[in-house]
Design a protein around this ligand. Structure first.
Ligand SMILES: C[S@@+](CC[C@H](N)C(=O)[O-])C[C@H]1O[C@@H](n2cnc3c(N)ncnc32)[C@H](O)[C@@H]1O
Length: 218
C-alpha cells in the first residue's frame, strides 16, 4: 500500500489533472508571442506575468510528478523545498512520498493568494497538509530565511528567469547527495549555465524533454 496510488491521493490527482486540462485563461490570448517571451525572461516582471496567468494551473506532467515521487522515496528524503506551488499538484506527489518515507517537511512557495488557498484545500483533501508549509509571497523573499539546516531535494518550477537566483538562495543548505530537479529547464539558460559549469560541486544531466536533474557532489 502506498499513498500515491491509493485513495484519497490517487483519485484526487486524476480529478485535478482533468481540471487543470480544462482550465482556460482569457489573459493568455492577450499576449503576443514577443510579449510573452519578454515577460518570461524578465527578472522584474514575473509577478505581472503570473498574476495575469493566475487561472492556469501550469502543473508538472504526470510523468514528472511520478519521477518526483520516486526520487523522494529512493533517497529517503525528509526535507524538500519547492519554488512554485500553483494549485499544489507537484506538492501532492512530494508530500505523498514524504508520508511513505515515514514523515518529513515540504516548504513550498507561491505568491498568488487564490492559488495558495486552493493548494491548501487540495492538500487537506489528500490528508497531507500536515507535511507542507506554503510560504505566501515572492519566493525571492520567503525562501531567503528559515530554511532547514539540511535539504534533500529542491524543485525549481516558478518564474523561469529566477531559477539561478532561487538556486543560489537554497544551495548552501543542500546536503551532499541532494537532488535538484528543474522543470522547463530549457527556458532557463542562466540556470543551466550556472549548474553545468559547477562541475566540482554538481553533476547535472538533461533528462526527458524538459528536465534538468542535478546532484550535489560535495
Ligand atoms: C509552473 S507553476 C507551478 C506548478 C506546480 N509546481 C505544480 O506542479 O502544480 C509556477 C507557479 O509559480 C508561481 N511563481 C512564479 N514566480 C514566483 C515567485 N517569485 N514567488 C512565488 N511564486 C512564484 C506562479 O504564480 C505559478 O503559480
Amino acid at each position: 500500500m502506498n499513498s500515491l496510488s491509493s485513495a484519497p491521493v490517487g483519485p484526487l490527482l486524476d480529478r485535478l489533472f482533468a481540471e487543470a486540462d480544462a482550465a482556460t485563461s482569457p489573459a493568455i490570448r492577450s499576449f503576443t508571442s514577443e510579449e510573452r517571451a519578454a515577460l518570461t525572461t524578465s527578472k522584474t516582471q514575473y509577478l505581472d506575468l503570473y498574476t495575469r496567468l493566475k487561472d492556469l494551473w501550469l502543473p508538472v506532467s504526470r510523468e514528472t510528478g511520478e519521477l518526483l515521487y520516486m526520487l523522494v522515496r529512493a533517497t529517503g528524503a525528509r526535507t524538500v523545498v519547492e519554488f512554485g506551488t500553483s494549485f499544489g499538484i507537484s506538492a501532492l506527489y512530494i508530500a505523498a512520498a514524504l508520508r511513505d518515507n515515514g514523515g518529513g517537511r515540504l516548504i513550498s512557495s507561491e505568491f498568488e493568494k487564490s492559488k495558495i488557498d486552493r493548494a491548501q484545500q487540495n492538500l487537506e483533501e489528500a490528508g497531507l497538509a500536515d507535511l507542507v508549509e506554503i510560504r505566501a509571497g515572492d519566493a525571492m523573499q520567503t525562501l531567503r530565511y528559515d530554511l532547514p539546516e539540511s535539504i534533500d531535494l529542491l524543485l525549481l518550477d516558478g518564474a523561469k528567469a529566477l531559477y539561478a537566483d532561487i538556486f543560489e538562495l537554497v544551495a548552501p543548505r543542500l546536503r551532499t547527495g541532494a537532488l535538484i530537479l528543474a522543470d522547463d529547464a530549457e527556458m532557463c539558460p542562466e540556470y543551466l549555465n550556472c549548474i553545468r559549469a559547477s562541475k566540482e560541486n554538481y553533476l547535472s544531466l538533461p533528462i526527458a524533454e524538459d528536465i534538468e536533474l542535478s546532484m550535489k557532489l560535495s
